[in-house]
Design a protein around this ligand. Structure first.
Ligand code: 8X3
Length: 250
């Protein structure tokens, strides 16, 4: 297997931490995202252009994704590990108060973008008996108020991962769905429209997961022998658990 990993959404949070973790394990990295300056800073931190290559494009745009992958220099083209990390949540309000454009942005990124880049890389992943790691969420399983479309997209990511695994098992390609719970990252600032007070309140005293915790998990999954497949992994901070069902009363 070639040791070239492509990490989407590497400009912040989980993606940035995952790229750094994989680099420590000897992977060469293709790092993608929309913010070129951040990608270039990350490439420098990963050891420069011998070790990492930036691809700046919008994953919602199929033509841009095709062009970006076609532009990969030969030294970075043979991707054998795809980490589908790019994704976002927008809004925390009830469905009836939500913005349709925000819903569509989540679907276009978390679902359409993810399947597009996966499909475009499948031949290479099969050729190298590679690995796909998809970042789903506890919201894949557990509905919560205000989760509506975000949770729906993450349920898709989990189920797509499991289906992909069925199709690819005969090819020796492994697929893993990683499902983090409460995690501290830019994700929450994006979700709340940059509301620092909401960010602070969410994490106060909660000891949330950190991007490095998820990066450690991805590094572990990628380090397993080729006959071992982690199907799905749900991860929460110790402080997060379940509550009783909600009951509306008269
Ligand atoms: C992010 C975790 O709990 O906001 O996927 O759904 S949560």
């Amino acid at each position: 297997m070639s040791k070239i990993a492509l990490v989407t959404g590497a400009t912040a949070g989980f993606g940035d931490a995952i790229a750094r973790r994989l680099a420590r394990d000897g992977w060469r990295l293709v790092v993608t995202g929309r913010r070129r300056d951040r990608l270039e800073a990350l490439v420098a931190a990963l050891g420069g252009s011998e070790r990492a290559h930036p691809l700046a494009f919008d994953i919602r745009d199929e033509a841009a994704t095709r062009d970006a992958l076609a532009s990969l220099p030969p030294a970075f083209a043979e991707v054998s590990l795809l980490v589908n990390n790019a994704g976002l949540a927008l809004g925390t309000g009830p469905a009836q108060e939500s913005d349709l454009a925000q819903w569509r942005t989540m679907i276009d990124t978390n679902v359409v973008g993810l399947v597009t880049i996966t499909r475009l890389l499948l031949d290479r992943l099969i050729a190298h008996r590679g690995l796909v790691v998809n970042l789903a969420s506890i919201a894949s399983h557990w509905p919560y108020p205000g989760g509506n479309v975000y949770g729906g997209t993450k349920a898709f990511v989990r189920q797509f991962s499991l289906g992909l695994r069925c199709d690819l098992s005969a090819k020796g390609v492994r697929v893993t769905s990683i499902e983090p719970g409460l995690s501290e990252s830019e994700f929450t600032l994006v979700r709340t429209g940059g509301n620092q007070a909401a960010y602070d309140a969410l994490y106060k005293g909660a000891h949330p997961l950190q991007p490095e915790d998820i990066a450690e998990t991805v590094g572990w999954v990628a380090s397993l022998p080729p006959h071992v497949n982690i199907n799905s992994l749900e991860i929460m901070p110790v402080t997060q658990s379940w509550a009783p069902f909600a009951i509306q009363r008269d």
